[in-house]
Design a binder for this molecule. Structure first.
Ligand SMILES: NC(=O)c1ccc[n+]([C@@H]2O[C@H](COP(=O)([O-])OP(=O)(O)OC[C@H]3O[C@@H](n4cnc5c(N)ncnc54)[C@H](OP(=O)(O)O)[C@@H]3O)[C@@H](O)[C@H]2O)c1
Length: 325
C-alpha cells in the first residue's frame, strides 16, 4: 500500500490517527520475536499505527524493529502512531511504566498511553483461568482518577500526546468523565461481529471518544483462559462466509470493513495476513444490506470475561462489566 493511503480518523482536538492498526498481543502463543517480525513487515507494508502494551512482554523486541525502521528511513517518527498501555500493577507508578515503554519501543514519546484496565487488580501474564489475586478489589472512581491524573501530567510533560482508556463500561465512564481535565482520545474495548457493543460504541462517539475495537476478528487463537464452551466463532458464521465469498476475500477482511464502516478503529493481530488486513481498509466497502446482516450476528458473545480480575465477594465475571444489577 502506498504510504499515506491509509485513511484516518479525527480525534477530539482535530489530530488524526490511522483508521486501522496492528495488534501486538501474541496471546501467549506467538513469540516476541515473531510479533516483532510482523511489525517489521507491517511497517514496510504501510501500517502506521501500532497497538502495544507493557504486559504483552514484547515491547523490547518490537522497539528494535521500530528503531531499525526509523534509522533506515522506512518511516518518519511523526508519521507513526505508537500506543502502549500501563499494566495493572503500575497504576501507582505510571511515569515509570511510560518511560520504560518509550525506551523499549525506541520511539522517543508515545502517541497514546492507555490505562489497560480500570482497576489495579493484577494477574501475571500467562496465568490460567482459575487464577485469582486476594488483593483484587472492585472498581473505584477515586483510584481510577488518581491513575488518570498521572497520565495528564505525562501529557503536560510531552511524554505522551493522548490519553486512552480501555475495558470501560458506560457506568464507569459516567462516574469519571466529568472529573477529567484532559479528555480521553480513545477507548479500547472488545468489538467483533458477534459482540458489537452497540450501546458503548454510540456512547463513546457521542462523547467525542474514538472507539477502538480489540479482537476485531473474534480472536480465534486467544489464550486458553479466555476460551469458554459457549463461545461462538465469528469468522465461521454463514453470513460472513457468504459475504466474504461475494467480495472474493477472507471473512477477516469483512469483519474489518464492518468495524470501519461503523466508525470503530480495528487493531487486528496477524503474523501471516497483515497485508490483506490493511488492504481491507481501502478495498470495496460493504453495502448497507451486508452491514445489517453482519450487525444481526450480535449474540452477546464476550470473549474476554476477565474472571482473573475478580475480587472476593464478586458474584461472577458479569460484575466486572457492571452487568449484575
Ligand atoms: N485493551 C485490551 O485489553 C486488549 C485485549 C485484547 C487484545 N487487545 C489488542 O487487540 C489486538 C487484536 O486482538 P487479538 O490478537 O486477540 O485477536 P484478532 O485480531 O481478533 O485475531 C487474531 C487472529 O486472527 C488471525 N487472522 C488475522 N488476520 C487474518 C486474515 N486476514 N485471515 C485469516 N486469519 C487472520 C490471526 O492469525 P495469523 O497470525 O496466522 O494471521 C490471529 O490468530 C491484540 O493483538 C492487542 O493488540 C487489547
Amino acid at each position: 500500500m502506498e504510504i499515506g493511503q491509509v485513511p484516518v480518523y479525527k480525534l477530539f482536538d482535530g489530530g488524526t490517527i490511522p483508521c486501522i492498526g496492528m495488534g501486538t498481543f501474541g496471546s501467549d502463543r506467538v513469540s516476541a520475536a515473531e510479533v516483532a517480525g510482523a511489525v517489521a513487515g507491517g511497517l514496510r507494508a504501510g501500517y502506521r499505527l501500532l497497538d502495544c502494551a507493557a504486559c504483552y512482554g514484547n515491547e523490547r523486541e518490537i522497539g528494535e524493529e521500530i528503531g531499525k525502521a526509523l534509522r533506515e528511513g522506512v518511516v518518519q517518527r511523526e508519521d507513526l502512531f505508537v500506543m502502549s498501555k500501563v499494566w495493572n500493577d503500575m497504576h501507582r507508578n505510571v511515569a515509570a511504566s511510560c518511560r520504560k515503554s518509550i525506551q523499549d519501543l525506541q520511539c522517543g514519546y508515545l502517541d497514546m498511553l492507555f490505562i489497560h484496565w480500570p482497576f489495579p487488580n493484577y494477574h501475571a501474564p500467562g496465568c490460567d483461568g482459575d487464577a485469582r489475586n486476594p488483593d483484587s478489589r472492585p472498581f473505584s472512581a477515586e483510584e481510577f482518577l488518581d491513575t488518570y491524573r498521572q497520565l495528564e501530567v505525562l501529557v503536560e510533560e510531552g511524554l505522551i500526546r493522548y490519553i486512552g482508556i480501555s475495558n470501560m463500561t458506560i457506568r464507569k465512564l459516567e462516574a469519571v468523565l466529568g472529573e477529567l481535565r484532559i479528555p480521553p482520545a480513545a477507548c479500547e474495548s472488545e468489538v467483533h461481529p458477534c459482540f458489537g457493543q452497540e450501546e458503548l460504541v454510540e456512547y463513546l462517539k457521542q462523547k467525542g471518544i474514538l472507539p477502538i475495537g480489540y479482537m476485531p476478528l473474534g480472536s480465534p487463537r486467544r489464550p486458553e483462559r479466555d476460551i469458554a464452551p459457549e463461545d461462538v466463532v465469528d469468522m465461521q458464521q454463514p453470513a460472513l462466509l457468504e459475504i466474504a465469498r461475494d467480495h472474493g476475500c477472507h471473512p477477516a477482511e469483512i469483519c474489518l470493513k464492518w468495524a470501519l464502516q461503523r466508525g470503530v478503529l480495528p487493531i487486528p493481530f496477524s503474523v501471516h495476513h497483515y497485508e490483506n488486513n490493511l488492504q481491507a481498509a481501502v478495498t470495496e466497502p460493504l453495502s448497507e444490506e451486508e452491514m445489517s446482516r453482519i450487525t444481526a450476528l450480535e449474540c452477546g458473545n464476550r470473549l474476554v470475561k476477565g474472571q482473573v480480575f475478580l475480587w472476593e465477594g464478586a458474584t461472577d465475571w458479569h460484575d466486572l462489566w457492571d452487568e449484575n444489577r
